[in-house]
Design a binder for this molecule. Sequence first.
Ligand SMILES: NC(=O)c1ccc[n+]([C@@H]2O[C@H](COP(=O)([O-])OP(=O)(O)OC[C@H]3O[C@@H](n4cnc5c(N)ncnc54)[C@H](O)[C@@H]3O)[C@@H](O)[C@H]2O)c1
Length: 260
Amino acid sequence: MTSEYLRQQFGFDGQVCVVIGGTGVLCGALCDGLAQAGAHVVVAGRSVERGNERVAAIEKLGGQASFIPVDATCRKSLQELLDTVVSRHGRVHALVNGTGVNASTPYLEISDEELKQIFDANFLGTHFACQTFIPHMVSSGGGAILNFGSVTCFRPLSKVYTYAATKAAILSLTQNLGREFAPQNVRVNCLCPGFFPAEQNRNILSPERVTDIMRHTPMKRFGDPAELVGAALLLLSPVAGSFITGTTLYVDGGFTAMTI
Ligand SMILES: NC(=O)c1ccc[n+]([C@@H]2O[C@H](COP(=O)([O-])OP(=O)(O)OC[C@H]3O[C@@H](n4cnc5c(N)ncnc54)[C@H](O)[C@@H]3O)[C@@H](O)[C@H]2O)c1
């Protein structure tokens, strides 16, 4: 009885969820969670190898998944992703924008090329995907979008100037779109993780940086990707999350509540 109740509360059975960046660490865990909750997961990303590995892992768990390559910085590639999913499955119920790149270059040394690369992958990738998928969701009766923010959405995190700016922009976009498309039943929310070791931050987590992070994280540890899944499922759920839009949910071990 309990599991049936929870299945109904989350309502992912028969849902088609596209996870851009599902090739990565955090969204990989989210793909596993969505599939185990009953969704068909479309893992989308640049690495065919990692995408296929994720699909195999999901199938091993008893879930349904497929991989479609995409470059989120390219509108044409995103349109092809949407068209392929719609031709195979009829529609898209949920979209996750989980691409991310980062760099810790000192501010005065940031090149135009680096700034553009980080803005393109983080902000433009999210914006292009929203512009591509929202018209489909509107004409299909609604949908849910989950953008990836960060603890740097509201306060600029030191040493990652460009990344911080992209995440503040993603928060602004999320709130605007949540408001704008609420009447058409398209919900748009922002998940803000604290610190989770992943690919995009591997080179940034120096021993000194880790000491600073732990000093500022009341739980005194990194997050585990599995600890993001419940929060993401809530925001994406057409049942449990049906009245949630334009909001921000932190999963950060208390980082954003820290003072002295
Ligand atoms: N790990 C953390 O501590 C942390 C904290 C806050 C926010 N985030 C955010 O979580 C999200 C997931 O990141 P992660 O930490 O799992 O990193 P990750 O590097 O493991 O995953 C990011 C994925 O995005 C893919 N990607 C990058 N550019 C792309 C593009 N143009 N098109 C398609 N795919 C592209 C990468 O190939 C990779 O698979 C990102 O938005 C990141 O900024 C992570």
